[in-house]
Design a protein around this ligand. Structure first.
Ligand SMILES: N[C@@H](CCC(=O)N[C@@H](CS)C(=O)NCC(=O)O)C(=O)O
Length: 199
């Protein structure tokens, strides 16, 4: 049994979605960043965290890759060339897509006001659009990033694309739009989306 800690409005949604994809049992404790319940298990105050047998695992990407490896779903096996390509996509999405969105959010909402540089958002939007275009070149003909297989980087990218829409970052009008439409029609996504809406 797993306990997912973190509001599904945050990156905890990625873990929620993965748990639904894998059909696992879990409890959800929808704590907000820096709340007492979150700080009690993660000194940085960040979410999400996953608790298993009293062990706390933090970082959404580490958590979903762990679940994928442990339960043998949504991932290629470690030590294969396919896995190297999958991990390369995952790191690229984190480096270029998540980081642009997160830097913009911190500089417009989360940092103390006197530390924010809100003007940076325009540069980040430009960088984001450029990164989406180069990622589109890696999409290939398959329905998902790794072709026919739906894998961990698809969860991270699709979550980021939803985040981008609410932060008014432009996804452009290339193949990424159809890709996102395809991914968010998955049953597990729809279940996770319903749980988020109910919280
Ligand atoms: N790389 C981490 C980032 C975690 C993170 O920054 N989470 C946000 C919510 S989505 C948070 O808790 N922010 C509070 C803070 O930065 O202090 C992950 O993917 O889990």
């Amino acid at each position: 049994m797993y306990t997912l800690v973190g509001s599904p409005m945050t990156r905890a949604f990625r873990v929620l979605w993965m748990l639904e994809e894998l059909g696992l049992e879990y409890d959800l404790t929808p704590g907000y960043p820096h709340s007492d319940e979150v700080k009690a298990i993660n000194p940085t105050g960040k979410v999400p965290a996953l608790i298993e047998d009293g062990t706390v695992i933090t970082d959404s990407v580490a958590i979903i890759q762990y679940l994928a490896d442990k339960h043998g779903g949504l991932t290629f096996a470690a030590g294969t060339l396919e896995r190297a390509k999958q991990d390369s996509l995952l790191h690229c999405i984190n480096d270029e897509i998540d980081s642009a969105l997160w830097t913009a959010a911190r500089n417009t909402l989360f940092l103390p006001e006197d530390k924010r540089v809100p003007e940076i958002k325009e540069t980040l939007k430009w960088e984001f659009a450029r990164s989406i275009k180069s990622l589109e070149k890696r999409l290939g003909d398959g329905p998902y990033l790794m072709g026919e297989e739906f894998t961990v980087p698809d969860i991270v990218l699709t979550h980021c694309c939803g985040w981008a829409r609410s932060a008014k970052f432009d996804l452009g009008d290339g193949p990424i739009r159809d890709y996102v439409r395809r991914v968010i029609s998955r049953d597990a996504y729809l279940r996770a989306h319903g749980i988020r809406g109910a919280k």
